[in-house]
Design a protein around this ligand. Structure first.
Ligand code: P6P
Length: 339
């Protein structure tokens, strides 16, 4: 009987968000409309990524993006789709994309109250070899009703009203938090709907996996070096942790949320602020991790407390299981005490 109910009682992402909305009687459904446009963008990118190899979309567009990385056609396409979907939703006023050097201020005729920061196709250097990649997004409300200004997207991550990612892998999974927990939805291509498949995701309190690019070990600082050493040669007689590093943030974070452990992109001598971008990589993934009961730390402070000065600013990040992050925080605190 339950199986029947499950088959007919489909909890789609739209229905889930509408249910959420009933918690805010004053809301006029703007967020639901915004989210439906983000979902449309994810469906488009999922379809384009799945047929990229066939549609010869693979290969360099010849241009380089603001990050100086060679731009693949899918990057360009995904960015255009998301910008157009978000602007046409009539619910946004400022957009920040990894692909665009400047923020986009939406025309007053289409302006809404939300600011969206996003990486339309993170991990795109992995497209050609079929590794999972993803879209990462975070949503702020404009600070006060008058003219949108850059300060509205330079808010600390803790002021985000929602964050999520869509992972394009063996299946297309959208993981979302609107501030009351984390839920995962999987695209059913036959319906074109995202169906709730991972209700109320919680990061295991402690994990057996560490995830870092060991190739940067030469440049790590003392606390990171010590922590990784502990993962490999535990002093307390426990078994060493496993190393899992995919090199695509969405895939590494998705595994961390589901299986536990720690994902790290530390600062190092070569990149004193790490590599990952604050607004549309660190903040959304930290928001989700905290909502799932984990922690996210920069080496100096809680990641969501960062106040960005520039829209493409970077930060170091250590996120994942609550207890594992406590360990890395203690090592940085010891370092701090020595200074
Ligand atoms: P590295 C992909 O290019 C990305 O931005 C993230 O998705 C990923 O976590 C990171 O960079 C990988 O960086 O230096 O280990 O190749």
């Amino acid at each position: 009987h339950f199986a029947d109910a499950q088959r007919t009682d489909l909890m789609t992402i739209t229905r889930y968000v509408l249910n959420e909305q009933t918690r805010y009687p004053e809301s006029r459904g703007d967020f639901t409309i915004l989210l439906s446009h983000i979902v449309l963008g994810c469906k488009f990118v999922c379809s384009a990524v799945n047929k990229a190899g066939l549609a010869k979309l693979i290969g360099l567009a010849g241009e380089t993006n603001v990050q100086g990385e060679e731009q693949k056609k899918l990057d360009v396409l995904s960015n255009e789709v998301f910008v157009k979907a978000l602007v046409s939703s009539g619910r946004t006023c400022i957009l920040v994309s990894e692909e665009d050097e400047e923020a986009t201020f939406v025309d007053p005729s289409l302006r809404g109250k939300y600011c969206v920061v996003f990486d339309p196709l993170d991990g795109s250097s992995n497209i050609d070899c079929g590794v999972s990649i993803g879209t990462i997004f975070g949503i702020y409300s404009i600070k006060d009703g008058d003219e949108p200004k850059l300060a509205d997207v330079l808010q600390p991550g803790k002021h985000m009203v929602a964050a999520g990612y869509c992972m394009y892998g063996s299946s297309c999974t959208l993981v979302l938090s609107t501030g009351s927990g984390v839920n995962g939805f999987t695209l059913d291509p036959s319906l074109g709907e995202f169906i709730l498949t991972h209700p109320d995701i919680k990061v295991p309190k402690k994990g057996q996996i560490y995830s870092v690019n060991e190739g940067n070990a030469k440049n790590w600082d003392e606390p990171t070096t010590k922590y990784v050493e502990r993962c490999k040669f535990p002093k307390d007689g426990s078994s060493p942790k496993s190393l899992r590093y995919i090199g695509s943030m969405v895939a590494d974070v998705h595994r961390t949320l589901l299986y536990g452990g720690i994902f790290m992109y530390p600062a190092d001598k070569k990149s004193p602020n790490g590599k990952l971008r604050v607004l549309y990589e660190v903040f959304p993934m930290s928001f989700l991790t905290e909502q799932a009961g984990g922690q996210s730390f920069t080496g100096k402070k809680r990641a969501l407390d960062i106040v960005p000065n520039k829209i493409h600013e970077r930060s170091a990040i250590f996120l994942g299981s609550y207890d594992d992050i406590e360990e890395i925080k203690a090592l940085y605190a010891q370092e701090e005490a020595k200074a």
